[in-house]
Design a protein around this ligand. Structure first.
Ligand SMILES: [Fe+2]
Length: 358
């Protein structure tokens, strides 16, 4: 492209003059340097060039040394070495070291211009490519940000959906209201203590929050019956695990939580219901939930008994470790400080936000 600036380096003034006049006639702007040291000084003075055309053999700092330094400081600026025919192997070495091309002396005007134009075109393409890549990177970053925002909005609306489901059950069975939130908070606390990844805890929390959602499908006459249930009624009541699973498993973002809902009444030793799952057949979330659920049930007043102390809960969990409860998780629970549960209970009971945050 005319007006591109070229630094011509050669220790023979006549050659510099000839080269510069050839380039000037083709509308290139030129400046001359008599050796590598002079060339570097010009480059460092802040004068900008689009190309350096340098002789290979010079007394003070030859072309190879100039190439090395110039490449270090101006890696994008193409350098073309000018060389006598017997220097070809050195010229090839120069290309290996980062020179764009070499021009064997003596050369014709057309040869010079072709080489210079090719080098400049190559640099232009490289720059375009860099700009395109930078642009692409910022485009990808912007899209990723948009996607993250959309995802977090989506998660928010998921949680609102869950709250609506939870509220629907609370409207039917007032006793579950605080219990659902507390048991979710306790489940999250234990899962965190176990060092589970946040994404897994989020799934487990949804399972805990929705554990009794299947009770929506249980007739009020059974669900709200103040007296002891008959064995037939009990069998219907026990269907709430499967009913809950059926409600949730069709919803893609709740499919994994649905497994926890299905299994939340299983016992570690295989004596629970509805499938009599054993040990690790029971989803991890359901095994954590079992402890959280017992903790909250025992710490809450019931029509037929008062809330029990945290020491009583600890004894119960210890006693049933390996039977109702996963012994590893029971161990984690027993290592956690007692006051944590009271703090969580006060937090939940004192706020009206629906789902405890993971
Ligand atoms: Fe349940």
């Amino acid at each position: 492209m005319p007006n591109d600036r070229i630094l011509v380096v050669d220790d023979e003034e006549t050659i510099r003059e000839i080269v510069c006049s050839m380039l000037g006639a083709a509308h290139f702007k030129t400046r001359q340097a008599a050796n590598g040291i002079e060339a570097l000084a010009i480059l460092e003075s802040g004068d900008e060039f689009d190309l350096v055309l340098s002789d290979l053999m010079m007394a003070e700092m030859d072309g190879i040394a100039l190439l090395e330094r110039a490449k270090e400081r101006y890696p994008d600026m193409p350098i073309v070495m000018v060389t006598t025919v017997h220097d070809i192997s050195v010229a090839l070495q120069a290309i290996h070291n980062g020179a764009y091309d070499y021009l064997p002396k003596p050369f014709e005007r057309e040869q010079l211009l072709n080489t210079v134009r090719r080098a400049l075109e190559n640099r232009r393409l490289k720059r375009e490519n860099d700009a395109y890549r930078t642009n692409l990177e910022s485009l990808v970053a912007a899209r990723t940000q948009q996607w993250k925002t959309a995802l977090s909005k989506l998660e928010e609306s998921y949680d609102i959906t869950l709250e609506a489901l939870g509220d629907a059950l609370d409207a039917k069975d007032a006793e579950t209201a605080g219990h659902t939130r507390r048991v979710t908070a306790f489940t999250i606390a234990i899962a965190r203590r176990m060092g589970l990844p946040k994404e897994e805890i989020r799934i487990i929390a949804r399972g805990a929050f929705l554990h009794d959602i299947g009770k929506m499908a249980i007739p009020d006459a059974i669900l709200l019956k103040p007296d002891k249930l008959t064995s037939e009624e009990m069998a219907i009541m026990r269907e709430h695990c499967y009913r809950g699973y059926k409600i949730l498993s069709r919803i893609p973002f709740l499919a994994e939580a649905a497994e926890i809902v299905y299994s939340h009444q299983e016992y570690y030793d295989g004596t629970g219901y509805p499938r009599r799952l054993k040990g690790e057949e029971i989803p991890l979330g359901a095994r954590i939930f079992a402890i959280a659920d017992t903790l909250d049930a025992m710490r809450s007043d019931r029509p037929y008994r008062k809330a029990q102390s945290i020491e009583a809960v600890r004894k119960e969990i210890e006693l049933w470790s390996g039977r109702q409860f996963d012994p590893e998780i029971a161990k984690v629970f027993l290592e956690m400080p007692n006051n944590l549960w009271e703090d969580l209970r006060n937090d939940i009971d004192g706020s009206n936000s629906s789902i405890p945050k993971v």
